[in-house]
Design a protein around this ligand. Structure first.
Ligand SMILES: Nc1ncnc2c1ncn2[C@@H]1O[C@H](COP(=O)(O)OP(=O)(O)OP(=O)(O)O)[C@@H](O)[C@H]1O
Length: 316
């Protein structure tokens, strides 16, 4: 898909999307990340039929984003929310429900407001709401009618950490319900916690796309620290490789290259799943070793993003 914004009264234009190709599997929690100006909002607006691609096609929920029946199954929280300041939230939600072709049901709307943590604010005018409260109201509007697809552009913008936790809980509930979640957030920790797939967009193109496990977490390698006194030979026989040891010296895991400064009691082990990991730990414990710390090796999403788009100076 391509999108060029044409300049008024001028020639040429700005290519916001330059051949973007992306499939979001149904039922996934999909995160779109990338630097400012990458084209994320343009892509979201194309998916929603708000912006028409210059070239290419968008299919959403098996149909066209311009089909009202398809649009009715999408919940959208825009990046910039425009809310009627003199209204109260139940009236606002009732109007959004009507616009979505739903019959507003007052107790249902109050339950929804309670779900997003706004039950104490139903009698106040929206104009007096904080940024976080406005975002929560926007989320409630997006959730109206139990959409099959939730498209959220910076949903936790302006929300405090406790509020973010609440929003995350709601999004996780929705994903468990079978909703497809499409999230654009500059808070990478947010994307990491909520999403199972991620695409990195830069300069109008998808640079990387895949399961978060595969992109970010390095998957199979674990770093383990044992209490002083553990028998190194027994640990190596159990598959643990001391950090800093050249691979050739490793008996337990041939081919495993372990970089880093040698640190007493610190080892890595490759284990494809938790059963293999626990079997290795059982072998270590059987030799008398005591586990002190265990963490998965691998880059976080920030490192993956920087690796894909280069340094911030280059990426901007
Ligand atoms: N209506 C428009 N007219 C002209 N250019 C636009 C328009 N909307 C976006 N652009 C340009 O298209 C490019 C992509 O913008 P877009 O808002 O999609 O990026 P983004 O990844 O969402 O950025 P951010 O993270 O800053 O919100 C930018 O260079 C932007 O200036």
């Amino acid at each position: 898909m391509r999108k060029t914004y044409h300049r008024a009264f001028g020639r040429g234009g700005h290519e916001a999307l330059r051949g973007m190709d992306l499939v979001v599997p149904a039922g996934s929690a999909f995160g779109l990340i990338g630097p400012n100006g990458a084209g994320k909002t343009t892509f979201i607006k194309s998916v929603l039929g708000i912006v028409r691609p210059t070239a290419g096609t968008v299919r959403v929920l098996g149909g066209s984003p311009e089909d009202p029946a398809i649009r009715a199954r999408i919940g959208y929280l825009p990046e910039r929310l425009h809310l009627p300041g003199t209204w109260k939230s139940p009236a606002f939600l009732a109007t959004v429900a009507r616009l979505k072709g739903l019959k507003p049901d007052a107790p249902g709307l109050l339950r929804l407001l309670e779900r997003v943590g706004l039950s104490d604010a139903v009698d106040r005018r929206i104009g007096g709401y904080s940024k976080g409260m406005r975002q929560r109201l926007g989320l409630a509007a997006a959730l109206l009618g139990d959409p099959a697809l939730l498209v959220l552009d910076e949903p936790t913008d302006g929300i405090d950490p406790m509020g973010r936790l609440e929003v995350r809980r709601i999004l996780q509930e929705e994903v468990r319900r079978g909703v497809t979640l499409f999230l654009n957030s500059h808070l990478l920790a947010e994307t990491e916690r909520v999403c199972d797939r991620v695409a990195i967009l830069a300069d109008g193109r998808v640079l990387r796309e895949g399961r978060l496990e595969d992109l970010a977490r390095g998957g199979a390698r674990w770093r383990v620290r044992f209490a002083p006194g553990a028998q190194a030979s027994a640990l190596e026989a159990a598959g643990f490789v001391p950090v800093g040891a050249p691979a050739s010296e490793s008996k337990g895991a041939p081919g495993l290259l372990v970089e880093g400064a040698p640190a007493e009691g610190v080892y890595v082990v490759d284990a494809a799943d938790v059963t293999v990991l626990n079997a290795a730990l059982d072998r270590a414990r059987a030799s008398g070793a005591l586990l002190v710390d265990l963490r998965r090796e691998g880059a976080d999403l920030e490192a993956v993003l920087l690796g894909a788009v280069g340094s911030p100076g280059v990426a901007a």
